[in-house]
Design a protein around this ligand. Structure first.
Ligand SMILES: *Cc1c(COP(=O)(O)O)cnc(C)c1O
Length: 343
Protein backbone atom coordinates (compact mmCIF):
# COMPACT_ATOMS: atom_id res chain seq x y z
CA UNK A 1 0.00 0.00 0.00
CA UNK A 2 1.23 3.48 -0.86
CA UNK A 3 1.60 5.55 2.26
CA UNK A 4 0.72 9.18 1.64
CA UNK A 5 3.02 11.68 3.30
CA UNK A 6 1.12 14.11 5.51
CA UNK A 7 -0.15 17.13 3.64
CA UNK A 8 1.64 20.45 4.04
CA UNK A 9 -1.27 22.85 3.75
CA UNK A 10 -0.08 26.43 3.29
CA UNK A 11 -3.38 27.95 2.17
CA UNK A 12 -4.27 29.42 5.56
CA UNK A 13 -3.68 29.21 9.29
CA UNK A 14 -7.36 28.21 9.59
CA UNK A 15 -6.56 24.65 8.48
CA UNK A 16 -4.91 23.51 11.74
CA UNK A 17 -6.28 20.40 13.45
CA UNK A 18 -6.62 20.23 17.24
CA UNK A 19 -3.66 18.53 18.90
CA UNK A 20 -4.11 15.56 21.23
CA UNK A 21 -3.64 17.82 24.25
CA UNK A 22 -6.21 20.28 22.93
CA UNK A 23 -8.70 17.47 22.29
CA UNK A 24 -8.18 16.27 25.85
CA UNK A 25 -8.98 19.78 27.13
CA UNK A 26 -12.10 19.82 24.96
CA UNK A 27 -13.32 16.45 26.21
CA UNK A 28 -12.75 17.48 29.82
CA UNK A 29 -14.76 20.71 29.47
CA UNK A 30 -17.69 21.18 31.84
CA UNK A 31 -20.68 22.40 29.86
CA UNK A 32 -24.10 23.96 30.36
CA UNK A 33 -26.62 25.99 28.38
CA UNK A 34 -24.77 29.15 27.34
CA UNK A 35 -27.93 30.97 26.27
CA UNK A 36 -28.82 30.85 29.99
CA UNK A 37 -25.25 31.94 30.74
CA UNK A 38 -24.65 28.56 32.38
CA UNK A 39 -21.75 27.08 30.45
CA UNK A 40 -18.85 27.28 32.91
CA UNK A 41 -16.19 26.74 30.24
CA UNK A 42 -17.54 29.49 28.01
CA UNK A 43 -17.76 31.79 31.01
CA UNK A 44 -14.15 30.94 31.83
CA UNK A 45 -13.00 31.59 28.26
CA UNK A 46 -14.84 34.93 28.12
CA UNK A 47 -13.25 36.03 31.40
CA UNK A 48 -9.82 34.86 30.28
CA UNK A 49 -10.01 36.61 26.89
CA UNK A 50 -11.22 39.86 28.47
CA UNK A 51 -8.42 39.67 31.00
CA UNK A 52 -5.73 38.97 28.43
CA UNK A 53 -6.88 41.69 26.02
CA UNK A 54 -7.50 44.18 28.81
CA UNK A 55 -11.23 44.79 28.45
CA UNK A 56 -14.12 44.49 30.93
CA UNK A 57 -15.85 41.64 29.15
CA UNK A 58 -15.89 39.43 26.06
CA UNK A 59 -18.23 37.16 24.12
CA UNK A 60 -17.45 33.85 22.42
CA UNK A 61 -18.81 33.52 18.88
CA UNK A 62 -18.81 31.07 16.00
CA UNK A 63 -16.52 33.09 13.74
CA UNK A 64 -14.58 36.28 13.22
CA UNK A 65 -17.15 37.35 10.67
CA UNK A 66 -19.72 37.24 13.46
CA UNK A 67 -17.58 39.07 16.04
CA UNK A 68 -16.79 41.83 13.53
CA UNK A 69 -20.46 42.19 12.58
CA UNK A 70 -21.45 42.32 16.25
CA UNK A 71 -18.86 45.03 16.84
CA UNK A 72 -20.28 47.07 13.98
CA UNK A 73 -23.78 46.57 15.35
CA UNK A 74 -22.80 47.70 18.84
CA UNK A 75 -21.18 50.90 17.55
CA UNK A 76 -23.50 51.81 14.68
CA UNK A 77 -27.21 51.94 13.99
CA UNK A 78 -29.21 52.05 10.79
CA UNK A 79 -27.95 54.92 8.61
CA UNK A 80 -24.58 55.13 10.36
CA UNK A 81 -21.26 54.64 8.64
CA UNK A 82 -17.88 53.02 9.39
CA UNK A 83 -14.54 53.88 7.82
CA UNK A 84 -12.61 50.79 6.83
CA UNK A 85 -9.86 49.54 4.51
CA UNK A 86 -10.72 48.73 0.91
CA UNK A 87 -9.27 45.22 1.34
CA UNK A 88 -10.26 44.85 4.98
CA UNK A 89 -11.97 41.63 6.00
CA UNK A 90 -14.75 43.66 7.67
CA UNK A 91 -15.53 45.28 4.34
CA UNK A 92 -14.51 42.94 1.54
CA UNK A 93 -14.66 39.41 2.91
CA UNK A 94 -17.79 39.33 5.05
CA UNK A 95 -20.45 39.26 2.36
CA UNK A 96 -21.39 42.89 2.96
CA UNK A 97 -22.94 41.79 6.27
CA UNK A 98 -22.87 45.28 7.77
CA UNK A 99 -25.04 46.59 4.92
CA UNK A 100 -27.09 43.43 4.37
CA UNK A 101 -27.96 42.69 7.99
CA UNK A 102 -27.47 45.94 9.86
CA UNK A 103 -28.11 48.81 7.38
CA UNK A 104 -24.67 50.21 8.13
CA UNK A 105 -22.84 51.91 5.27
CA UNK A 106 -19.14 51.29 4.73
CA UNK A 107 -16.75 54.04 3.67
CA UNK A 108 -13.84 52.04 2.28
CA UNK A 109 -10.42 53.69 1.82
CA UNK A 110 -7.27 52.22 0.28
CA UNK A 111 -4.80 50.75 2.72
CA UNK A 112 -1.29 52.21 2.63
CA UNK A 113 1.52 49.82 1.77
CA UNK A 114 2.20 49.20 5.47
CA UNK A 115 -1.40 48.18 6.24
CA UNK A 116 -2.39 51.48 7.88
CA UNK A 117 -5.11 53.90 6.78
CA UNK A 118 -3.77 57.38 6.01
CA UNK A 119 -5.20 59.45 8.85
CA UNK A 120 -5.45 62.65 6.80
CA UNK A 121 -7.58 60.77 4.30
CA UNK A 122 -9.65 59.31 7.13
CA UNK A 123 -10.27 62.87 8.41
CA UNK A 124 -11.40 64.00 4.98
CA UNK A 125 -13.96 61.21 4.84
CA UNK A 126 -15.55 61.85 8.23
CA UNK A 127 -18.82 63.41 7.18
CA UNK A 128 -20.20 66.59 8.71
CA UNK A 129 -23.54 66.55 10.48
CA UNK A 130 -25.74 67.20 7.47
CA UNK A 131 -28.95 65.47 6.38
CA UNK A 132 -27.32 64.54 3.08
CA UNK A 133 -24.81 62.26 4.73
CA UNK A 134 -24.70 59.06 6.69
CA UNK A 135 -23.45 59.55 10.27
CA UNK A 136 -19.79 58.57 10.50
CA UNK A 137 -19.59 56.65 13.76
CA UNK A 138 -16.74 54.19 13.67
CA UNK A 139 -13.16 53.72 12.53
CA UNK A 140 -12.00 50.12 11.92
CA UNK A 141 -8.43 48.92 11.63
CA UNK A 142 -6.99 45.47 10.99
CA UNK A 143 -3.87 44.08 12.73
CA UNK A 144 -2.13 42.15 11.38
CA UNK A 145 -3.20 43.43 7.96
CA UNK A 146 -2.20 40.86 5.32
CA UNK A 147 0.54 39.74 7.71
CA UNK A 148 1.77 43.28 8.37
CA UNK A 149 2.05 44.71 11.87
CA UNK A 150 0.70 48.22 12.52
CA UNK A 151 3.17 50.46 14.43
CA UNK A 152 2.14 51.31 18.01
CA UNK A 153 2.68 55.05 17.53
CA UNK A 154 0.32 54.89 14.56
CA UNK A 155 -2.35 53.29 16.74
CA UNK A 156 -1.97 56.12 19.23
CA UNK A 157 -2.47 58.73 16.50
CA UNK A 158 -5.47 56.90 15.08
CA UNK A 159 -7.02 56.71 18.55
CA UNK A 160 -6.57 60.50 18.96
CA UNK A 161 -8.25 61.08 15.63
CA UNK A 162 -11.15 58.82 16.62
CA UNK A 163 -11.52 60.60 19.98
CA UNK A 164 -11.34 64.08 18.46
CA UNK A 165 -14.14 63.17 16.08
CA UNK A 166 -16.24 61.17 18.56
CA UNK A 167 -15.78 57.98 16.56
CA UNK A 168 -15.73 54.56 18.14
CA UNK A 169 -12.64 52.52 17.37
CA UNK A 170 -12.72 48.81 16.47
CA UNK A 171 -9.85 46.45 15.79
CA UNK A 172 -10.24 43.42 13.58
CA UNK A 173 -7.54 41.58 15.46
CA UNK A 174 -8.09 38.20 13.86
CA UNK A 175 -4.31 37.80 14.16
CA UNK A 176 -3.59 40.36 16.88
CA UNK A 177 -1.43 37.87 18.81
CA UNK A 178 0.83 37.48 15.77
CA UNK A 179 1.32 41.26 15.94
CA UNK A 180 2.06 41.18 19.67
CA UNK A 181 4.54 38.31 19.32
CA UNK A 182 6.28 40.09 16.47
CA UNK A 183 6.58 43.37 18.43
CA UNK A 184 7.52 41.43 21.60
CA UNK A 185 4.91 43.34 23.60
CA UNK A 186 1.99 42.28 25.73
CA UNK A 187 -1.07 42.25 23.47
CA UNK A 188 -2.63 44.90 25.71
CA UNK A 189 -0.11 47.41 24.31
CA UNK A 190 -2.02 47.01 21.04
CA UNK A 191 -5.57 46.48 22.26
CA UNK A 192 -5.59 49.33 24.81
CA UNK A 193 -6.34 51.89 22.11
CA UNK A 194 -9.57 50.24 20.95
CA UNK A 195 -13.15 50.17 22.20
CA UNK A 196 -13.71 46.68 20.81
CA UNK A 197 -11.39 43.97 19.53
CA UNK A 198 -12.25 40.87 17.56
CA UNK A 199 -9.74 38.04 17.90
CA UNK A 200 -9.80 34.65 16.15
CA UNK A 201 -9.07 31.53 18.13
CA UNK A 202 -9.25 29.46 14.96
CA UNK A 203 -6.25 30.92 13.13
CA UNK A 204 -2.67 30.88 14.43
CA UNK A 205 -3.92 30.00 17.91
CA UNK A 206 -4.96 26.63 16.54
CA UNK A 207 -8.48 26.14 17.93
CA UNK A 208 -10.91 24.37 15.58
CA UNK A 209 -13.68 26.98 15.89
CA UNK A 210 -14.40 30.37 17.33
CA UNK A 211 -13.59 34.02 17.88
CA UNK A 212 -14.01 36.39 20.79
CA UNK A 213 -15.23 39.98 20.78
CA UNK A 214 -13.76 42.01 23.63
CA UNK A 215 -15.06 45.34 24.91
CA UNK A 216 -16.82 47.13 27.75
CA UNK A 217 -19.59 45.40 29.75
CA UNK A 218 -22.13 47.64 28.04
CA UNK A 219 -20.91 46.82 24.52
CA UNK A 220 -20.70 43.09 25.17
CA UNK A 221 -24.21 43.09 26.64
CA UNK A 222 -25.45 44.69 23.44
CA UNK A 223 -23.42 42.21 21.36
CA UNK A 224 -24.96 39.30 23.29
CA UNK A 225 -28.43 40.45 22.28
CA UNK A 226 -27.46 40.80 18.62
CA UNK A 227 -25.65 37.46 18.62
CA UNK A 228 -28.91 35.81 19.67
CA UNK A 229 -30.81 37.70 16.98
CA UNK A 230 -28.31 36.48 14.37
CA UNK A 231 -28.83 32.88 15.47
CA UNK A 232 -25.46 32.72 17.16
CA UNK A 233 -26.62 31.73 20.64
CA UNK A 234 -24.99 28.34 21.18
CA UNK A 235 -25.87 25.88 23.90
CA UNK A 236 -23.32 23.39 25.30
CA UNK A 237 -20.53 24.96 23.27
CA UNK A 238 -18.11 24.70 26.18
CA UNK A 239 -16.37 21.88 24.33
CA UNK A 240 -15.31 24.49 21.78
CA UNK A 241 -14.48 27.05 24.45
CA UNK A 242 -12.23 24.42 26.05
CA UNK A 243 -10.16 24.44 22.88
CA UNK A 244 -10.08 28.25 22.97
CA UNK A 245 -8.81 28.31 26.56
CA UNK A 246 -6.16 25.75 25.70
CA UNK A 247 -5.13 27.88 22.70
CA UNK A 248 -4.82 31.10 24.70
CA UNK A 249 -2.79 29.41 27.42
CA UNK A 250 -0.47 27.36 25.21
CA UNK A 251 -0.24 28.59 21.65
CA UNK A 252 0.76 32.25 21.74
CA UNK A 253 4.54 32.30 22.29
CA UNK A 254 5.04 29.49 19.78
CA UNK A 255 3.77 31.76 16.97
CA UNK A 256 7.30 33.09 16.81
CA UNK A 257 8.23 29.80 15.15
CA UNK A 258 5.55 30.44 12.49
CA UNK A 259 7.16 33.81 11.80
CA UNK A 260 10.63 32.26 11.55
CA UNK A 261 9.24 29.61 9.21
CA UNK A 262 7.52 32.20 7.00
CA UNK A 263 10.75 34.16 6.68
CA UNK A 264 12.72 31.01 5.81
CA UNK A 265 10.09 30.08 3.23
CA UNK A 266 10.21 33.55 1.68
CA UNK A 267 14.01 33.52 1.53
CA UNK A 268 14.11 30.04 0.01
CA UNK A 269 11.49 30.79 -2.62
CA UNK A 270 13.19 34.10 -3.51
CA UNK A 271 16.10 32.09 -4.89
CA UNK A 272 13.85 30.92 -7.70
CA UNK A 273 14.02 33.38 -10.58
CA UNK A 274 10.35 33.02 -11.56
CA UNK A 275 9.17 33.90 -8.07
CA UNK A 276 9.09 37.47 -6.79
CA UNK A 277 8.62 38.26 -3.12
CA UNK A 278 8.63 41.67 -1.47
CA UNK A 279 10.58 40.78 1.69
CA UNK A 280 9.54 44.03 3.40
CA UNK A 281 6.03 42.71 3.94
CA UNK A 282 7.08 39.30 5.26
CA UNK A 283 6.57 40.26 8.90
CA UNK A 284 4.57 37.52 10.59
CA UNK A 285 3.15 34.24 9.28
CA UNK A 286 2.29 35.22 5.70
CA UNK A 287 4.26 35.18 2.48
CA UNK A 288 2.93 36.82 -0.67
CA UNK A 289 4.55 35.81 -3.93
CA UNK A 290 4.11 36.72 -7.59
CA UNK A 291 4.79 33.63 -9.63
CA UNK A 292 5.60 33.44 -13.30
CA UNK A 293 4.33 29.94 -14.09
CA UNK A 294 1.25 28.02 -15.13
CA UNK A 295 -0.46 27.93 -11.73
CA UNK A 296 -2.60 24.95 -12.61
CA UNK A 297 0.49 22.85 -13.37
CA UNK A 298 2.34 24.16 -10.34
CA UNK A 299 -0.55 23.42 -7.95
CA UNK A 300 -0.96 19.92 -9.35
CA UNK A 301 2.75 19.18 -9.16
CA UNK A 302 2.93 20.39 -5.55
CA UNK A 303 -0.23 18.55 -4.58
CA UNK A 304 1.15 15.25 -5.84
CA UNK A 305 4.13 15.84 -3.57
CA UNK A 306 1.88 16.67 -0.61
CA UNK A 307 2.08 20.49 -0.67
CA UNK A 308 -1.22 22.36 -0.89
CA UNK A 309 -1.37 26.01 -2.04
CA UNK A 310 -4.03 28.35 -3.44
CA UNK A 311 -4.43 28.69 -7.19
CA UNK A 312 -4.05 32.44 -7.67
CA UNK A 313 -0.83 33.68 -9.31
CA UNK A 314 -0.64 36.33 -6.60
CA UNK A 315 0.02 33.60 -4.10
CA UNK A 316 -0.47 33.74 -0.34
CA UNK A 317 1.33 31.14 1.77
CA UNK A 318 0.56 30.95 5.47
CA UNK A 319 2.54 29.18 8.18
CA UNK A 320 0.91 27.73 11.30
CA UNK A 321 1.34 25.18 14.06
CA UNK A 322 0.94 22.19 11.77
CA UNK A 323 3.90 23.34 9.64
CA UNK A 324 7.39 22.42 10.85
CA UNK A 325 10.84 23.66 9.85
CA UNK A 326 11.29 20.40 7.91
CA UNK A 327 8.04 21.05 6.07
CA UNK A 328 9.41 24.45 5.02
CA UNK A 329 12.65 22.92 3.69
CA UNK A 330 10.66 20.26 1.86
CA UNK A 331 8.31 22.89 0.38
CA UNK A 332 11.16 25.05 -0.91
CA UNK A 333 12.83 22.02 -2.48
CA UNK A 334 9.56 20.94 -4.10
CA UNK A 335 9.06 24.41 -5.63
CA UNK A 336 12.64 24.27 -6.92
CA UNK A 337 12.03 20.81 -8.42
CA UNK A 338 9.04 22.16 -10.31
CA UNK A 339 10.93 25.09 -11.77
CA UNK A 340 14.00 23.02 -12.75
CA UNK A 341 11.77 20.36 -14.35
CA UNK A 342 10.13 23.18 -16.36
CA UNK A 343 13.33 24.88 -17.54
C1 LIG B 1 -10.14 35.12 9.13
C2 LIG B 1 -10.37 36.56 9.37
C3 LIG B 1 -11.53 37.03 9.98
C4 LIG B 1 -12.66 36.13 10.42
O1 LIG B 1 -12.95 35.08 9.62
P1 LIG B 1 -13.88 33.86 10.00
O2 LIG B 1 -13.50 32.88 8.96
O3 LIG B 1 -15.27 34.35 9.89
O4 LIG B 1 -13.55 33.42 11.38
C5 LIG B 1 -11.64 38.39 10.19
N1 LIG B 1 -10.66 39.23 9.83
C6 LIG B 1 -9.52 38.81 9.26
C7 LIG B 1 -8.46 39.80 8.91
C8 LIG B 1 -9.35 37.46 8.99
O5 LIG B 1 -8.22 37.05 8.43
Amino acid sequence: MKIMKKQIDLRSDTVTKPSTAMKKAMMAAKVGDDVYGEDPTINELEALAANMLGTQDSIFCASGTQTNLLALMTHCERGDEYIVGQHAHTYKYEGGGAAVLASIQPQPLDFEEDGTLNLEKVSQFIKPDDIHFANTKLLCLENTQAGKVLPLDYLEKAKKLADNNRLSFHLDGARVFNAAVKLKVNVKEITKYFDTISCCLSKGLGAPVGSVLCGSKKQIKKARRWRKVLGGGMRQAGFLAGAGIYALLNNIERMEQDHINALALAKGLSEIKDIHINMKIVQTNMVFADINADMFNLCNFLKQKGVVIGTSSHLRLVTHLDISKDDIDYTIQTFKDFFTSND
